[in-house]
Design a protein. Sequence first.
Lengths: 229, 424
Amino acid sequence: MSEKIIIIENLVKRYPVGEGEFTALNNINLTFDKGEFSGVVGPSGSGKTTLLNIIGSLDKPTEGKVIVLDKNISKLSHKESAQLRNLHIGFIFQVYNLLPVYTVFENVEFALILQKVPAAKRKKMVMEALEWVGIASMANKRPSKLSGGEGQRVAIARAMVKRPILVLADEPTANLDAKNAHAIIKTMKELNKELNTTFLFSTHDEKVMNYLTRIIHLEDGEVDRDERR
Amino acid sequence: MIKFIFKAILRDKNRSLLPVIIISIGVFLTIFLSGFLSGVMTDVIDQTARFQTGHVKVMSKAYAENEDQIPNDLALLKADSLTQALMTEFPDYNWVQRIRFGGLVDAPDNAGGSKGQGPSAGLAIDFFSGKSGEVERLNIVNALIEGNLPQKSKDILIGFVFADKLKLKIGDTITFMGSTMYGSLAFESFTISGIVNFGVEAMDRGTIIVDISDARRMLDMENASGEILGFSKKEVYNNENANLIQNAFNAHYAQSTNEYAPVMIKLKEQNNMASLLDYIDAFSAMFVIIFVLIMSVVLWNTGLIGGLRRYQEFGIRLALGENKSHIYKTLLIEAVLIGTIGSIVGTIFGITATWLMQVYGIDISGMVTGGTMMMPTIMRAKFTPELLYIGFIPGLIAMVLGNMISGIGIYKRETATLFKELEV
């Protein structure tokens, strides 16, 4: 029997807008199994990023229940949320968001420093992660010296270095050309198979969708279709 | 983690350079101005103590009441035994007798007439016993610009401005005319053995200095002394200590109604020194407080600007699993590192500038011409050990305080809002 790592029940998320409220997510019910390679798709403003932020414990539900790795997101303190992300969740962003003052190696290493991993072990883990994404030779370069594809590979290595159970990727190929987009998504697919890491994408990129085993279509904050492939 | 933060400080000049420059300038100014103020004020106090007040001074009660008029007719009698008693009771102080006197100096010409005359302020000290330390205390050897110290009775030193005015040179004879202790005419001729420049306008203008034995004979003050000055053997004025011995000494004569009974007065109670000493303390404290306030406000704003610039970084770090308190803590560690670097740089420059100002000083002789205040004509700073921390600690506090205030913004925003504002 597959292990459920995300359980979402009756999720509603509203934001105050002026005097009223804007409903970003409405009555979402979803579960995700360990090892899934799935994606949330939909037009801009459909609630994709909000859903990922709540699953990543960066935001709280207004109503309903979201259980991630047996933790109820609504009930986590700020510190517990940070710990959940630190230990078990990796983030990949549209614009890479590498820390410009640090080298590639140090950017990837940062997540392990937060986990207080000893220096020798850190070095081994970082180099391993850089090799997974094929940029070990660029370990000493600064982010400003990297191409878009290389930058996104560093971001993947940073998300994967701590061997998270769940990786949340928000539009990871939006700034990449077709060739790089395919290469990046292939790399993630390989890591998904090799490490059994669960990947959850937010995307509207056809190239990404072709690799996904499950696609959840969001429309105006509601699940329109849950398509398994 | 600290190593990681330090790397970022070194590499990101925008993050570190401006605060380091601000802190350095602030620390530099605090140290330099404190050193300069301390130097000038200490010089004024020191000169006043050495030339006029001592650290404590014993006079007759009546003399003390009219001290400005130098009333030698009210001088202390049996001064030698009183001095001996003071030495015995207060051995931590050096005790010396001095007589101040005023009169007219005449410079005779070769024809037996007068080539010039002028009012003089006389000072009689112990030159010849070799035990008083007065020559060193008044720095007379260094002040001599011509000639020698008095070697024998009736030798006299004269201020260089006075000598210029009367066209006097070494070996010339001058005649002093004044009043004895008992009101009769005092009349004595002296030979100029040296010309002095103390660098104090009030001293150089009309001063003559003779041995106290000559003054006693001339002024008919046998075994009498206008003043007995006490100087702490530590050579630094300590108000608490001066207060203790003042109270102890004056207690002996508290019941006496004799107007010739001795009374001891400490430096702080003479020549309006109380307000001067209080000014020094107040100004020093003011420098530090103003510095911390201004620097904190400036660094708060610098921190806010830096914080805004680094919102993206904070968002990434939140996503990586760092919690707000840890981010805040690392900001403060950064502040300590940057504050330490800035404070060290500012302290080095501040101490160097203070030292240079101590060695070379600023010549203000043109500004104090004609002045009567006992102040040096070269203003110098003074290096004291407290300068090593007087700027350093406030520099560090200001940087940390500024960052603490600006960093509160991290807490005021919800994680998701902060995350969104970062355009992550």
